[in-house]
Design a protein around this ligand. Structure first.
Ligand code: SF4
Length: 314
């Protein structure tokens, strides 16, 4: 790992630059929204001066799940839909680590949905990024749960049969969920501000990131990209403030992120694309705190293990 050392006397005086978090060249398609998220995350890490050796990225399977390969941190590229149980285990065992989860709409909202629901309820301190491109890209344009109804794919060539699942509605319906936000990779200032708020949140921060897939769904999200008035920003002093957003995105609605009922109403209304912090409540219990194990030395762990062996000895 190469990092800039301004003062070499003490390891904690290290100052990290963006290059210190950048892994190999990402192999997503040119113009893929995943590139934008990768850059925003690396910016966030630089801004927050996160230590690469105490940061972990966990992913499942899908285009976006290649994310850990492109970070110069610890990472775990897991099984389809299983990023959240792995991240939960890491956080429970090593609560001092900064844990980020990168998952896609197929990975999280379909095969991993059961894990997603319970991770929201467990509310462990981590940042979960759902990179939602409304399609399975890695498996070549298959309908995903968030594909718009009627949208044609290779698995449903006459168009997706059912209304798309709304991940915000689901997240806001889960008991003990503590942070639910939506942003878009094509609004970089909002994306960065949202990731920052999510990282600083104490509890599980669930961020749905609308993500373009120019290879398979080049027509999706184009209104949001080209016509700022078709995007509505949730504005509030306790909400998310992206630099320069107000000048471009003038369509704004005041929403207090403490109001779960208003958040649900806004989330279930499909009439306009909304970006912002829907809900936040840091007072909700976190599983890793309620179940925290006391810190033990290696000697103490061995003694406890021996006690258990003695208990079951015949
Ligand atoms: Fe990105 Fe789509 Fe290419 Fe996958 S297929 S890397 S989501 S543009």
């Amino acid at each position: 790992m190469s990092c800039t050392l301004l003062h070499v006397a003490n390891e904690d005086d290290r100052v990290f630059e963006m290059a210190d978090y950048q892994g190999p060249q990402a192999r997503w398609c040119s113009g893929c929204g995943d590139h934008s998220v990768l850059t925003a995350v690396q910016r966030l890490m630089t801004d927050e001066q996160l230590k690469p050796e105490t940061t972990v990225f966990v992913s499942g399977i899908g285009c976006s799940s290649r994310f850990p390969h492109y970070m110069k941190t610890y990472g775990f590229h897991g099984l389809h839909g299983r990023a959240l149980p792995v991240a939960t285990g890491i956080k429970l065992t090593r609560p001092e680590l900064d844990v980020f989860v990168v998952t896609g709409d197929g990975d999280c909202v379909s095969i991993g949905a059961g894990h997603w629901v319970h991770a929201l309820r467990y509310n462990m301190d981590m940042t979960v990024m759902l990179l939602d491109n409304n399609i399975y890209g890695l498996t070549k344009k298959q309908t995903s749960p968030t594909t718009p109804q009627g949208y044609k794919s290779n698995t449903q060539p006459r168009g997706s049969y059912l209304p798309a699942m709304n991940p915000l509605e689901v997240a806001l319906g889960i008991t003990n969920a503590s942070f639910v936000a939506q942003t878009a990779e094509f609004v970089p200032a909002h994306l960065f501000a949202t990731l920052k708020a999510a990282y600083r949140h104490k509890g599980l921060a669930f961020v749905r990131i609308l993500q373009r897939c120019p290879h398979f769904t080049p027509d999706l999200f184009q209104d949001g990209v080209k016509k700022p008035d078709t995007v509505q920003i949730l504005a509030h002093p306790e909400g998310i403030h992206g630099e320069g957003i107000d000048g471009i995105y003038k369509n704004q609605v005041r929403h207090d992120p403490a109001d779960i009922h208003a958040a649900r109403e806004l989330a279930e209304d499909p009439s306009i694309l909304r970006l912002g912090l829907f809900f936040r409540d840091e007072s909700r219990p976190r599983y890793e705190e309620t179940r925290a194990l006391p810190k033990r030395t290696a000697r103490e762990k061995i003694d406890l293990l021996n006690e258990d062996f003695d208990r079951y000895a015949v």
